[in-house]
Design a protein around this ligand. Structure first.
Ligand code: AP5
Length: 218
């Protein structure tokens, strides 16, 4: 199954992607996570992406597309994948469509949109904390760890992402509206778009997501 998860920053894509990918036994491919790994490890790719990410802008398509092409070529992605955070604009979607057809004679199975309003997005992002060691994502109000600043799972230190400052959050929301929102019409035209209400407890959103995806599971 080849799935794309789309939604504004903070919609819960990363949170839901983990559960969905694990239920369906497919790899979760998060372009944001791959970029962050490369920034942290000071690679050439990280050097190219860093300034764009810090501003909350999209990393240039040629950098992003080359990275995704390599990742989709790996063994674990041959039978299916869940893309989280890619494509992010219509040119990336067109490139992905061509790539799947040329390399795998395949198409996307479904694009799942997580629908959340802007106020909730700001609440979710401003309270997000991530574990430095195991990368588990927490929320100071919605999903707090037992001890402030410490991951329950591994004891690692929690940190706030650089791009989760209020100013950068607002900019990322604008970038989403201008560049990513048009993707929804693109995928509606392709007849692969379904949307779910992504508000409420995480487990309820997961149940809605799995119910929406069930018709596409082979
Ligand atoms: P990326 O990491 O993809 O950021 P994003 O799309 O802005 O999404 P987030 O990771 O911020 O949020 P999310 O939807 O995953 O929410 P989460 O599950 O964490 O990209 C970062 C940057 O990389 C981009 O700005 C860009 O520079 C670059 N980039 C990435 N892909 C690119 C591309 N294709 N092209 C160009 N550049 C690219 O949840 C958020 C919080 O809410 C958490 O604290 C969580 O615990 C909480 N939460 C989740 N669900 C719920 C719920 N149901 N109820 C209450 N709280 C919840």
């Amino acid at each position: 199954m080849r799935i794309v998860l789309v939604g504004p920053p903070g919609a819960g894509k990363g949170t839901q992607a983990q559960f969905i990918a694990s239920h369906l036994a497919i790899p979760r491919i998060s372009t944001g996570d791959i970029f962050r790994y490369n920034v942290t490890n000071h690679t050439e790719l990280g050097r190219k992406a860093r300034e764009f990410m810090e501003r909350g802008d999209l990393v240039p398509d040629e950098v992003t597309v080359a990275m995704v092409r390599d990742r989709l070529g790996e063994d674990d992605a041959q039978e299916g994948f869940l893309l989280d955070g890619f494509p992010r604009n219509v040119p990336q979607a067109e490139t992905l469509k061509k790539l799947l057809l040329q390399e795998w004679d395949a198409r996307l199975s479904v694009v799942l949109e997580l629908v959340v309003d802007e106020d909730e997005v700001v609440r979710r992002l401003s309270g997000r904390r991530t574990c430095r060691r195991c990368e588990r994502v927490w929320h100071v109000l919605y999903d707090p760890p037992a001890r402030t600043g410490i991951c329950d799972d591994c004891g690692g230190e929690l940190f706030q992402r650089d791009d989760d400052s209020e100013e950068t959050i607002r900019h990322r929301i604008e970038v989403y509206a201008e560049q990513t929102f048009p993707l929804l019409a693109f995928y509606a035209d392709e007849n692969v778009l379904i949307g779910i209400d992504a508000t409420g407890p995480v487990e309820e959103v997961t149940s809605r997501a799995m119910a929406a995806l069930r018709p596409f599971v082979r």
